[in-house]
Design a binder for this molecule. Structure first.
Ligand code: ADP
Ligand code: MG
Length: 264
């Protein structure tokens, strides 16, 4: 069965999508079978995985609301296959923006994604879910079916404050909907060690959250920001760039951590 992780942080622009697509590609590169689920109507993770969101005939919207199966809706980009970093994509586009409202009247509305993923879970080692920048019904669908949450964050002044809301939401979901849900770890992203404030916040994070903070740090690196316009993750676009190497190291750290979690 796949390990299912949400990449979540209710703030926008903190590196969720960049983390999702680069982790997906990084895990694929070390031989893991990966499904990437785009839960954000912006469809950035879809586009950043080489899949044109405007050309999707079946998307996650159809899976959540129209009874389509994941097997019918998933796609795979040739560009990633050529690079040896291939993973399946359950894509999103603007249709998904309506799902938030439409789900309100649906039975077991927060468990739609869980039900859909159950059928394909045995085919994967990892399912990564790119969440929208909100603690909405879509994010709730992700949290309901996940084993854990990966939280990318910038080491800035308000970072810790935002984290409290997310941690409280995760606690509530654990109490009411999904007792398996755990915070797997906090990932420091867009890190610039020359900025004293970032060093200080990074130290605070480690003081508060100890081993919940991943050892790998993702630096600010322009190659990661350029990659989406070529429709590939940074680890495919420029594998030797600092950003790509950091995400590859992160993929390995995660695999190691999961291994140690599963040990008796
Ligand atoms: P989110 O999904 O949380 O909204 P994104 O992953 O889309 O955040 O990142 C926001 C912006 O920052 C994007 O333009 C992205 O290319 C850029 N970005 C993300 N991570 C890095 C990084 N490590 N270095 C430089 N730019 C980054
Ligand atoms: Mg995003």
């Amino acid at each position: 069965m796949a390990r299912i992780f949400c990449i979540a942080n209710q703030k926008g622009g903190v590196g969720k999508t960049t983390t999702t697509v680069n982790l997906a590609a990084g895990l694929a590169k070390v031989g893991q079978r990966v499904l990437m689920v785009d839960l954000d109507p912006q469809g950035n993770a879809t586009m950043g995985s080489g899949v044109d969101k405007r050309q999707l005939t079946t998307s996650i919207y159809d899976v959540l609301l129209e009874g389509s199966t994941v097997a019918e809706a998933r796609v795979r980009s040739d560009k990633l296959a050529e690079a040896g970093c291939s993973y399946d994509v359950l894509g999103a586009n603007r249709d998904l923006a309506g799902a938030e409202v439409e789900l309100v009247d649906v039975e077991r509305r927060e468990r739609r994604l869980q039900a859909a993923l159950a059928a394909v879970s045995p085919e994967y080692d990892f399912i990564l879910i790119d969440c929208p920048p909100s603690l909405s019904m879509l994010t709730l669908n992700g949290l309901c079916c996940a084993h854990g949450v990966l939280v990318p964050m910038q080491c800035e002044y308000f970072a810790l404050e935002g984290l409290t809301d997310l941690v409280n939401t995760i606690k509530q979901v654990r109490a009411n909907l999904n007792k398996e849900l755990a915070v797997i770890g906090l990932l420091r992203v867009m890190y610039d060690p020359r900025i004293t404030l970032q060093q200080q916040v990074s130290e605070q994070l480690k003081a508060h959250f100890a081993d919940k903070v991943f050892d790998t740090v993702i630096p600010r690196n322009v190659r990661l920001a350029e990659a989406p316009s070529y429709g590939v993750p940074g680890v495919v676009f420029d594998p030797s760039s600092k950003g790509a190497l950091a995400y590859l190291a992160f993929a390995q750290e995660l695999v190691d951590r999961i291994g140690s979690l599963q040990a008796p």
